[in-house]
Structure formats: structure tokens, C-alpha cells
Design a protein around this ligand. Sequence first.
Ligand SMILES: *[C@@H]1O[C@H](CO)[C@@H](O)[C@H](O)[C@H]1NC(C)=O
Ligand SMILES: *[C@@H]1O[C@H](CO)[C@@H](O)[C@H](O)[C@H]1NC(C)=O
Ligand SMILES: *[C@@H]1O[C@H](CO)[C@@H](O)[C@H](O)[C@H]1NC(C)=O
Ligand SMILES: *[C@@H]1O[C@H](CO)[C@@H](O)[C@H](O)[C@H]1NC(C)=O
Ligand SMILES: *[C@@H]1O[C@H](CO)[C@@H](O)[C@H](O)[C@H]1NC(C)=O
Ligand SMILES: *[C@@H]1O[C@H](CO)[C@@H](O)[C@H](O)[C@H]1NC(C)=O
Length: 361
Amino acid sequence: MALLLFTGAVVVNAQQAALTEDARCGCYLIKRNETTYFKKHRFFDFRNHDHHASVPPVIESANDSPDAPVTSPFFNSTDWTDFWMISNWNNSHGVREDSTLLMVNSPNNVYLEANPSPNPSSPSKSWLSLRTQRLPKFQTTAEIESLSAKFKFVSIRMLARTIGARGAITAMFTYRHSEELAKVQESDLEIRTSDPKNLIHCTNQPSLNSEGDIEARASRNATMPDGLEWSDWAVHRLDWTPESTTWYVNDVEVADIAFQTPKDVSNIILNAWSDGGEWTENMTVGEAAYLQLQWFEILYNTTEVEKREGGEGGCNSVCSVDGSPEVGRPVMLWSNGVGRVVGMFGGWVMVTVVAVLFLVA
Ligand SMILES: *[C@@H]1O[C@H](CO)[C@@H](O)[C@H](O)[C@H]1NC(C)=O
Ligand SMILES: *[C@@H]1O[C@H](CO)[C@@H](O)[C@H](O)[C@H]1NC(C)=O
Ligand SMILES: *[C@@H]1O[C@H](CO)[C@@H](O)[C@H](O)[C@H]1NC(C)=O
Ligand SMILES: *[C@@H]1O[C@H](CO)[C@@H](O)[C@H](O)[C@H]1NC(C)=O
Ligand SMILES: *[C@@H]1O[C@H](CO)[C@@H](O)[C@H](O)[C@H]1NC(C)=O
Ligand SMILES: *[C@@H]1O[C@H](CO)[C@@H](O)[C@H](O)[C@H]1NC(C)=O
């Protein structure tokens, strides 16, 4: 009897935790760190917008690019505008010393695209595309940035791929602006389309030291796991916590950097760009590269556990998005102590069941 109960208890895990709604979650735990409680969760789903999808022709004039209208009513909806802004800045005032080319961010390069041939490995009907294309006189680029500059600790994830020509960077990162480069705080996932297709870059900026030399402790050349390439759809995840930033691909940890972990509130940014510099290299005129996303998910802002009575982030209902059977929706781990698991994401022994076990024994 006791043995049976025990066997039953250890298989309890996140897969079996009940699906719930964000409104019922007081906070969220992430896999790996069981003591960082995030307060908020947002999920942006680009998979079912084929009715809004169309690829806009590239605007060939630099001057007409920044003020281009949004490409779909989707980008006018409050679901989008209460979180994201579409950038239209350019690099004519400098930005990077090594740049050799004008680059102009345009809302015209941020669009929903219908999947031309849904299939089992790419079933979504549509995705969000961020496009960068080389024109004769400039590089047209794409960037979306969070409206709020006040994210402090995040777990950000995207089901994404990078495709297209050499000479671009695609990226998902946290960013705290400073006029002084040395004071910029940033955790980056970057893909260089000139690189081998299994190589991705994980960095806590600044990546150069005050002498301008590469700071080896700040970055890792990580390898995509399981033979994946960055042109394959994969879940790229970046966890910025107080101790370190950790990068994952399809839940496999690929890098963890404690050095220069950002400390202060930051923006969240996604982009696809090139400026003809040493980092991006030059794209061939007429060619393009794309960051494409089926969805984007964010857990953000941590509660200060130690200051709250009884820990648990001061919340009664603790949820998680890891191991949820439905991407974007949380599962309830425990509520008011009921269903509380010991050793989350590990042993999964339920306190209540353990109590029964002791009674039986
Ligand atoms: C999780 O985060 C807490 C504080 O936020 C830290 O003390 C702890 O070392 C972290 N644990 C791991 C496994 O990273
Ligand atoms: C670049 O930005 C500057 C200042 O923000 C602006 O005056 C200029 O018109 C922009 N140029 C292009 C091509 O967008
Ligand atoms: C988005 O909103 C702007 C401003 O209200 C409007 O001019 C534009 O036509 C809208 N675009 C789409 C695609 O709905
Ligand atoms: C995160 O928490 C900080 C500090 O409490 C707050 O100022 C900020 O607005 C929060 N960020 C977001 C995006 O809600
Ligand atoms: C990391 O990758 C870049 C190419 O993107 C290469 O130039 C550099 O040498 C690599 N660094 C290390 C430490 O392997
Ligand atoms: C890119 O092209 C420019 C000329 O347009 C050249 O000056 C620069 O060296 C090239 N950059 C790289 C990294 O090859």
C-alpha cells in the first residue's frame, strides 16, 4: 500500500499540473531556479494571423522608411501596442564605431507572414517576420522594443528561426541605455548569418573592456544542441536573474554567464539588422535576412522573496509555464499550499501524499 502510494506520488510533475489562467496566478516559477518568483506573464502568439498576413514590398527610399505605416491592423491592436513599439531610428549619428553603412529601421519591415506550406515540422499558419535587406545606398532594418524600460529580471522565450543572406545579425536581448558605452547593461542572444549554422552568441554587454579588447568572461560562443541549426525552428530562451543570465535552446542550457549580469531595469528588444561593420559584415545588395517568430513569451519582474512572509514570493497561487501542455498557458503548481511539491522539476513528491505515506507506514 505504502509502496503504491509512493509510486503514484513521484510521477506527479508539471505535465500533470492543471492548466490554468494568468488571472489565477500570483506568481511564476521557472525551471532551474526554484527561488526566483516572477510576477507577470505575457504571451504573444503569431501563429494564427494568416488573415492579417502579407509581405510588404521593401521601401527603397531611406527617407520614406522611418515613417512607413504599420503593415497590419494587428500592430494597431492594444494587445500589441500596450507592450511593443516598432523602432524607426537610424544610425546616422553614430551608434557603432565600425559601421560603414547607413541603416534605417522601418515599421515596413515588421509584418505577419502566412506560412506558404504548413507541414508537421512547421504547422503554424503564420509568423511574425523582422526583415533586413541591403539596398544600394543603405540597409533597411527591423526592430521591436518594449514600451516599458522597467523590466527587472525576465525569462524571455521565442519559437523562432533566422533565415536569409550572410551579413546580418538577429537578436533577442535586454537593454539598458547609457550614453557611456561602458555603462550599457545588456544580456544578448545574437545570431550572425555569416557564422556556421550551429553557432549562437550569448553575451552580457559590454563585450569589450576599457582598452577595446574582447572581454572573454562576457560572452560565449554557444552551440545549438541536438544537431539543430539557427535556421531551424527552436525555442530560444534567455533567463536574466539576479545571479546570472542563462541561455537555453529547446530547454537545453547552452550558456550561463554571471560576469556583468545586468542589475538595473531594462528594455526588451528583438531585431534584424546590419551596418556593414565588422560584427555584422556586409550584405550583398538585393539580399535579405529575417528573424521569424511563431510566438514570444515573457515572465517578468521578480518578487523579493526574502522580504515576504513565508517565502513563495508572497503569493498564494504559484504557477509555471515550463512543462505546460499548452504553450503560452500556465499550469498551477500549488495554491494556498495545496499540491505543494518538494524539489520542483526534480523529485516531485507531493507534501500531502507524503503525509499520507507516513500515516500508512
Ligand atoms: C536562484 O535565485 C536565488 C535568488 O534570486 C539565488 O539565491 C539562487 O542561488 C539561485 N539558484 C540557482 C540554482 O541559480
Ligand atoms: C535619421 O535620423 C535623424 C535624426 O533622428 C533624422 O533627422 C534623419 O532624417 C534620419 N534619416 C533617415 C534616412 O531616416
Ligand atoms: C493604424 O493606425 C494608424 C493611426 O490611427 C492608421 O493611420 C493606420 O491606417 C492603421 N493601420 C492599419 C494597417 O490598420
Ligand atoms: C517592474 O518592477 C519595477 C519595480 O517595482 C517597476 O517600476 C516596473 O514598472 C515593473 N515593470 C513592468 C514592466 O511592469
Ligand atoms: C566566436 O565566434 C566568432 C565568429 O562569430 C569568432 O570570430 C570567434 O573567434 C569565436 N570565439 C571563440 C572564443 O571561439
Ligand atoms: C563593407 O563594405 C565597405 C564598403 O562599402 C567596406 O569599407 C568595409 O570594409 C566592408 N566591411 C567588411 C566587414 O567587409
